[in-house]
Design a protein around this ligand. Structure first.
Ligand SMILES: *[C@@H]1O[C@H](CO)[C@@H](O)[C@H](O)[C@H]1NC(C)=O
Ligand SMILES: [Mn+2]
Length: 485
């Protein structure tokens, strides 16, 4: 049956126009003549107007036209209004659907040209508005410079997320589902420092993530359809809490400052299913993870830690760092020993992934690591018969529904993929391999995470390492979101 809706669809599909003369000419290669100068405009002229068009070029083009060397472009100045088409169509068909059908068949070529023009029309709307002459907006007009995508300017927050002072008790009523927070701290490293500048460098490379640039993932999965930077796809409140002011003069105070900051974020209200916000911490050296784990443990109970790193980081302080004072014992290679000692870890459900750095006292380190509750997936297991899939399956099977904390030391990547880090080890995973494994973990109950050890002073000018960190955070965000929507 010919229904009104069906007619309308057909009319839209073909960008149908019943009476061309009524709306201006759309015949191929024709020109809408508004002024003499427009007569021989090229496509370039129509876009740049007087910037490229003057009397001299006009004369030149006339010569070229006369010689047949220049093709006259078509100029469209009117927008296609399908609703008008529809009204005209109804009038024209005069109650007889066959007259519509015949009209469409006899004009098929014209329709398809119109359709092409209709599809480019939208993207050119802005240009059409200012075409022919450079008509700048009114001096008080700011709609094109306010609240619009700002890729390389503006106040820096992670991926353009909203910011407020999450540590201010007076703002505790403000809702947070996922918080990103910087931990600028690098006085717990054993080798190259610089990770205190990690958070700002990572925010800098996160600029291309926001504002309508959609991540490329398998769009057939729920995971693939989530865009952390488009709230419409998840309805969660994601806040960049900024950096915790951590003193560079006393690690004990600095780490306590971080703990109190994480604790403060966890106290915010969350509309997601979980009782408390989830936090992604941007390091900082790996020592900062201990404080993030402490606060996560206090809110979610014992956590299964997935530790992506080339090093074990469960070193007993007797083996690494400790000695003259206890203070020396807590550093970026021992924090997991302390996490285990403090009871934060869901032992037996924790993994090292991508391990390859040398042990210090091999037999003791291995034994102690197992006592801390870790299983190990060496970097080269990726080359084994079961590859990435085997790694993903083993972790998922073991962890099940437990609360999971994912900590990514960027040195898990090969130095070719992440040179800007404190303690490089050859033979690591590529960026793609790491992301495939992270994405493979979808479905796990990820309640917190971090990316640490990005040391911008050792990065390249192209900021590869920071960029890798943003991709890791992108995965962490999506892993967290997918369980909430
Ligand atoms: C977000 O909220 C809007 C309004 O309540 C709703 O229509 C939409 O389906 C929600 N989106 C998701 C992904 O939950
Ligand atoms: Mn580490």
């Amino acid at each position: 049956m010919w229904t009104k809706a069906l007619f309308y669809q057909i009319a839209c599909l073909l960008a149908f126009r019943l009476d061309p003369s009524h709306h201006g000419s759309y015949a191929d290669n024709s020109v809408t003549i508004n002024a003499e100068h427009n007569l021989h405009q090229s496509y370039m002229d129509t876009i740049f107007g007087e910037l490229v068009h003057n009397d001299e070029t006009f004369q030149y083009k006339q010569q070229m036209l006369a010689l047949g060397k220049l093709r006259v472009g078509s100029v469209e100045t009117e927008e296609i209004d399908n609703s008008k088409d529809f009204e005209d169509l109804i009038k024209h068909m005069d109650g007889d659907p066959r007259s519509l059908y015949e009209y469409m068949v006899s004009n098929m070529g014209t329709f398809s040209r119109r359709r092409q023009k209709s599809s480019i029309q939208k993207s050119h709307d802005g240009l059409v508005k200012y075409r022919l002459k450079l008509n700048l907006p009114d001096d008080d007009e700011t709609s094109d410079i306010s609240g619009t995508l700002n890729l390389f300017g503006g106040i820096l927050t992670y991926a353009g997320f909203e910011h407020f002072d999450c540590f201010n008790p007076e703002l505790r009523h403000k809702e947070i589902d996922i918080a990103v927070v910087g931990a600028p701290f690098d006085t717990g490293v054993s080798f190259r420092p610089g990770a205190r500048f990690g958070p700002e460098a990572i925010r800098l490379t996160s600029r291309r993530l926001h504002g309508g640039l959609v991540p490329v993932r398998d769009s057939h999965s729920k995971y693939g359809r989530i865009d952390p930077y488009d709230a419409k796809t998840h309805n969660l409140t994601i806040i960049d809490c900024g950096d915790v002011p951590m003193t560079p003069f006393d690690n004990r105070v600095a780490l306590n400052q971080l703990y109190r900051a994480e604790r403060s974020i966890h106290k915010h209200r969350s509309v997601q299913k979980k009782p408390s916000p989830k936090i992604i911490t941007i390091g900082g050296d790996h020592t900062v993870t201990l404080m993030a784990l402490k606060s996560a443990y206090e809110n979610y109970g014992k956590v299964a830690v997935l530790h992506f790193d080339s090093h074990i980081d469960t070193w007993n302080p007797k083996v690494l760092g400790g000695g003259i004072t206890d203070y020396m014992g807590l550093n970026h290679g021992t924090f997991l020993h302390y996490a285990s000692e403090q009871g934060y870890l869901n032992e037996g459900h924790c993994f090292h992934l991508g391990l390859r750095a040398p042990y210090i006292d091999a037999d003791y380190d291995r034994r102690h690591d197992a006592e801390c509750g870790f299983q190990t997936i060496n970097a080269r297991e990726i080359d084994g018969p079961r590859g990435m899939k085997g790694i993903i399956e083993r972790v998922k099977r073991n962890v099940g529904d437990l609360p999971v904390y994912i900590t990514v030391d960027i040195d898990v990547l090969d130095p070719a993929h992440a040179p800007g880090t404190g303690t490089m080890e050859i033979g690591g995973w590529s960026g793609r391999e790491l992301l495939t494994i992270l994405d493979g973990l979808q479905g796990l109950n990820v309640i917190g995470g971090d990316v640490v050890e990005v040391s911008p002073p050792f990065d390249t000018n192209s900021e590869i390492t920071s960029l890798a960190a943003t991709a890791v955070i992108d995965s962490l965000l999506t892993l967290m979101i997918v369980n909430e929507v």
